[in-house]
Design a protein around this ligand. Structure first.
Ligand code: AMP
Ligand code: ZN
Length: 486
């Protein structure tokens, strides 16, 4: 039985409208998400992009579409300057770290996959690795070269005036957009970009391939056009990324896709290669610590080291709409963690009462599931969907097994692991705290005994001893939490 009958509406950045989702292939949804450039650890802002893509994927599955989700790993071609100039990020980091690019790519890909797992982001059908698609990239470039490209000493360039509606996706004024792109001598239009970058004479890159335009490497935009088209076929359904990609990377992908397969202008969105283009807004951090280039930055591991469960960050993302800017703060993260704790305590109590693991949510739950479906189908309104989840959790005098089944159904979309986690799982040991749980429990027992005997001096002393070891005793905590670390 399907519980998801509301029609799915999504905001398409290309048409700038909320549209009803209409799959290209009946009953299927094919989604491509721009993945990370693996030259450093992802920061939590980057991970917001994949939490968003995951919610989209889970929603499509909830709504019974057969989902094929692809995320790429960029291990070559992304330049240091976002305006498509400068050095290759991977080559640069390999040179400064005196390591092979392949080792660097492998290390940071693994780190990224660990974050994916920690955030309960489902595995896509395929991870495409850019360097495994270079022959296809050359073929793609060969096909469009004559009509849409020209060669300069530095590479093969795409002439953006050869396709209709170039840049329609971008929000910045064309002049601003173009102004950000460094002039390369000989370019016909400021926005033209390299689809193949030649290795300069006398130089050797760690990663380079032979091509009709000489030894070199593919451009970053070409990579995504090729990997998405190869695996999903043009036009596919949905292409996702962060809003920064709306300005240059995706307009350039679209131009290449038009040149490759679709010829026509963008009044017909499918000519862009995908029917719908979706972008998550940024996670912002006022102190600027998130940026990869500024030394210490906000990695998921930093949150974990400070004792925050990674799913508290997922909760934080879900509390905001993906198209709104989300400001990161430690207080905000702590509030998200508290919300998770509350839910897990209630789910824990429910599990003790629910006996039938095969139960289905009965009629009593239908109106709630309907509202949950309506919220998530309304351009992925996770904030409202979460509140419906909590309303169900608070329902009294209902069958506990059915209630658990209803909650499980909703968490299949939210992906917070609410039925699998135990409240104790949320209590992480901050880095540097040495005290053992058994020691804490023993001290708390002794303190309880002291209080029973009205020996408040001893009780206070025990609390202070614990505090000196980094343990905060939480008398009267409304969540029934006795202590916390850090
Ligand atoms: P990158 O590895 O730089 O290509 O970025 C990976 C993904 O993270 C892309 O989809 C970016 O658009 C997205 N992104 C980058 N910074 C942020 C941020 N602060 N908040 C949300 N998404 C971001
Ligand atoms: Zn991309």
């Amino acid at each position: 039985m399907s519980y998801a009958s509301a029609s799915l509406k999504l905001f398409n950045s290309l048409t700038r409208q909320i549209e009803q989702f209409q799959p290209v292939h009946d009953g299927e949804a094919r989604v491509y998400s721009c993945g990370p450039t693996v030259y450093n650890y992802p920061h939590i802002g980057n991970m917001r992009a994949y939490v968003f893509a995951d919610i989209l994927g889970r929603t499509l599955s909830f709504k019974d579409y057969k989902l094929t989700h692809v995320i790429n790993i960029t291990d070559v071609g992304h330049l240091t300057d976002d305006a498509d100039d400068g050095e290759d990020k991977m080559e640069k980091i390999a040179r400064t770290a005196a390591k092979s690019i392949w080792d660097i790519a492998q290390h940071y890909t693994q780190a990224y996959w660990e974050d994916i797992k920690a955030l309960n982001i489902r595995q896509p059908a395929r991870w495409t690795i850019a360097t495994e698609y270079v022959p296809q990239m050359i073929q793609f470039a060969e096909k469009i070269a004559d009509r849409h490209c020209y060669e300069l000493d530095s590479g093969l360039y795409f002439d953006v005036s050869t396709v209709a509606d170039y840049g329609r996706l971008a929000r910045a004024q064309t002049e601003d957009g173009e102004g950000r792109i460094e002039a390369v001598e000989g370019k016909r239009n400021a926005a033209d970009f390299a689809i193949w970058r030649k290795t300069p004479a006398g130089e050797k890159r760690q990663m380079e391939w032979d091509s009709p335009w000489g030894k070199g490497a593919p451009g970053w935009h070409l990579e995504c056009s090729v990997m998405s088209g190869e695996v999903l076929g043009f036009p596919f359904d949905i292409h996702t990324g962060g809003i920064d990609h709306r300005e240059i990377h995706h307009p350039n992908e679209i131009a290449q896709n038009q040149a490759f397969c679709c010829a026509g202008g963008l009044d017909l969105p499918a000519n862009s290669g995908a029917r719908v283009w979706m972008h998550n807004n940024f996670l912002v951090e006022r102190s600027g610590k998130m940026s990869k280039s500024s030394g210490e930055f906000l990695r998921l591991q930093l949150l974990i080291d400070k004792g925050y469960h990674p799913l508290a960050y997922r909760m934080m993302c879900l509390q905001a709409h993906y198209r709104s800017e989300l400001e990161f703060s430690w207080d905000g993260l702590a509030a998200a963690l508290t919300r998770l704790k509350r839910i897990l305590i209630a789910v824990g109590q429910l599990k003790e009462r629910a006996g039938n693991a095969q139960a289905q949510p009965g009629a009593r739950f239908a109106p709630f599931i309907e509202r949950f479906d309506a919220a998530i189908s309304d351009d992925l309104n996770t904030a409202v969907a979460l509140t419906v989840f909590e309303e169900v959790l608070a329902l009294k005098k209902v069958d506990p097994s059915e209630k658990l089944a209803a909650l499980g159904l909703m968490d299949g979309v939210l992906g917070l692991g609410l039925l699998e986690l135990d409240r104790k799982d949320l209590r992480l040991r901050p880095k540097g705290v040495e005290v053992e749980e058994s020691e804490i429990e023993a001290a708390l027992e002794a303190r309880k005994a002291a209080r029973a005997e009205k020996d408040f001096a001893r009780s206070d002393a025990l609390r202070d001893e614990l505090a000196a070891k980094g343990v905060e005793v939480m008398d009267g905590d409304p969540l029934g939490w006795e202590w916390k670390l850090g």
